[in-house]
Design a protein around this ligand. Structure first.
Ligand code: AMP
Ligand code: ZN
Length: 459
């Protein structure tokens, strides 16, 4: 078998082959940094991390680019409403630049907590205004734009297959439209460049050939992905909400600029749901990774929980299932720890593992294989090596995990030091007395080659 991935563009699983092997060029849409990311967002980054690890596991050299949307994402997908950054600034009392910095850092830190590998390139929209202006100019030159009072728009009627990715019913969309389009000609047309409103001082605005303003949301991803990965690269991914608007428009822009569909494969992660509804930042009531940590869960419990569902299936969040994930992960960790040093991995298990990864990243079946391994009668060293092999893709940090040493109170440590001194002085009576006092306090001293170690008495 070879790696098969579900390509939204083709609406089917296709065998994956890089355009320029062994390189794989991968672009993932990053966060809009006007607020914290919620655990739903992190589900998508965990899926993308498993994808990246699977590609590396298959021997490819992945070049991974993630953007930071720090301007231009409006509160409405219809190109009306406020820039999310400006409204975030008002909400927090910080400048748009300050919140961009704050939430970007927080996001990057949380990715570390989740063992998500950092991309090779982080790119911010505000660092690439010139590239975006150049892309808009190119689209304009090819005749795909028109001007309205509030911006430069992409004329989607110029593309015969506009909306193919999402299988949009263009006639239906236009017939059923009830929204006020302003000067926009078609409901699907979208802003490439927006003018700064005359009655409002924006914090983020730039000069352009069309007037002072800021780029539309979709142009940043077309311009930056093409800049870092070329105008036709291997894989573009994001959450499923990006299919009908954001990725559809990225493709339209790429068709106008380069006559490509930008990426060979389009992959989308399904949403995390809470009480049957999608988790979203705009609803105001969302769970952050901290919400889990505050309740005592290791962030990797969340990663483990996500691995329990296929990335294309919706996943419902409940505290009971997080609890179940915590118990299961601890079972796996303790088993692995107890197996000691790794030996040689089991080839038959590895073949099964590879097959499951190649089946469009079937992580629930990989987890099932872990439990088969735990239950098997293979020697411990083989089990350990095999599990660590699986962990190259699961990313649970199993090699690094060790049971937490319980904190030994200072007075117990002082008693242990006194016992040690007494032994050095050959004062056996005091040494014995200390040992008894330590035991009475619920601890024991073990003499190891590295010196005495205090630990809680086993009950
Ligand atoms: P945003 O910060 O809103 O631009 O979203 C960042 C990423 O999270 C995008 O790839 C979204 O598609 C994804 N996303 C948003 N909400 C969810 C959710 N409830 N479950 C999974 N992914 C999501
Ligand atoms: Zn994007």
């Amino acid at each position: 078998m070879t790696l098969h991935l579900f390509d939204t563009y083709a609406r089917q699983e296709r065998p994956f082959a890089p355009l320029e092997p062994p390189k794989v060029r991968l672009y993932a849409c990053g966060p809009t940094v006007y607020n914290y990311q919620h655990i739903g967002n992190y589900r998508t980054y965990i899926f993308e991390d498993v994808l990246r690890r699977a590609l590396e596991y298959c021997g490819y050299e992945v070049h991974h680019v993630v953007n930071i949307t720090d301007v231009g994402h409006l509160t409405s997908d219809a190109d009306t409403g406020e820039d999310k950054m400006e409204s975030g600034s008002r909400r927090t009392g910080m400048t748009a630049w300050e919140i961009a910095e704050l939430y970007t850092r927080d996001f990057q830190q949380k990715l570390e907590w989740l063992n998500v590998l950092a991309p090779h390139v982080w790119c911010r929209a505000t660092d690439h205004i010139d590239d975006q202006i150049a892309a808009v100019a190119q689209i304009e030159e090819k005749g795909y734009t028109y001007r309205t009072v509030d911006g430069i728009y992409f004329d989607t009627s110029r593309l015969d297959d506009y909306g193919y990715l999402a299988r949009l019913d263009i006639a239906g969309l236009q017939g059923g439209q009830r929204v006020d389009l302003g000067e926009k000609r078609k409901v699907t047309d979208f802003a490439l460049w927006k003018f700064s409103p005359e009655d409002e001082q924006r914090q983020m605005e730039w000069d352009s050939p069309w007037g002072k303003g800021f780029p539309g949301w979709h142009i940043e991803c077309t311009a930056m992905s093409a800049k870092y990965l070329g105008s036709h690269f291997d894989i573009h991914c994001g959450g499923e909400d990006h299919i009908p608007v954001h990725h559809t428009n990225e493709i339209a822009q790429a068709q106008a600029c380069y006559d490509t569909r930008l990426a060979e494969f389009w992959l989308h992660g399904a949403f995390l749901q809470l009480d049957g509804e999608k988790m979203s930042k705009s609803s105001g009531d969302f769970l952050r990774l901290e919400s889990l940590v505050e309740k005592g869960y290791d962030p990797l419990v969340y990663r483990f929980f996500c691995l329990g569902a296929r990335y294309r299936a919706k996943l419902s969040f409940t505290w009971e299932s997080i609890d179940g994930a915590a118990t299961a992960l601890n079972r796996l960790r303790s088993a692995a720890h107890g197996w000691g040093e790794p030996g040689a991995a089991d080839e038959a298990c590895i073949a099964q593992f590879k097959e499951r990864v190649e089946d469009d990243l079937n992580m629930p079946r990989v987890l099932a294989l872990c439990w088969d391994l735990v239950a098997s009668d293979l020697p411990d060293a083989v089990k350990k090596a095999t599990l660590l092999h699986f962990d190259q893709v699961m990313g649970l940090g199993l090699a690094e995990w060790a049971p937490q040493e319980e904190e030994i109170p200072a007075e117990i440590q002082a008693m242990a030091a006194k016992r040690q001194q007494a032994r050095a002085d050959k004062d056996w009576a005091v040494a014995d007395q200390m040992r008894d006092e330590i035991a009475a306090a619920g601890y024991e001293v073990e003499d190891t080659p590295d010196g005495p170690r205090v630990r809680p008495l086993k009950s």
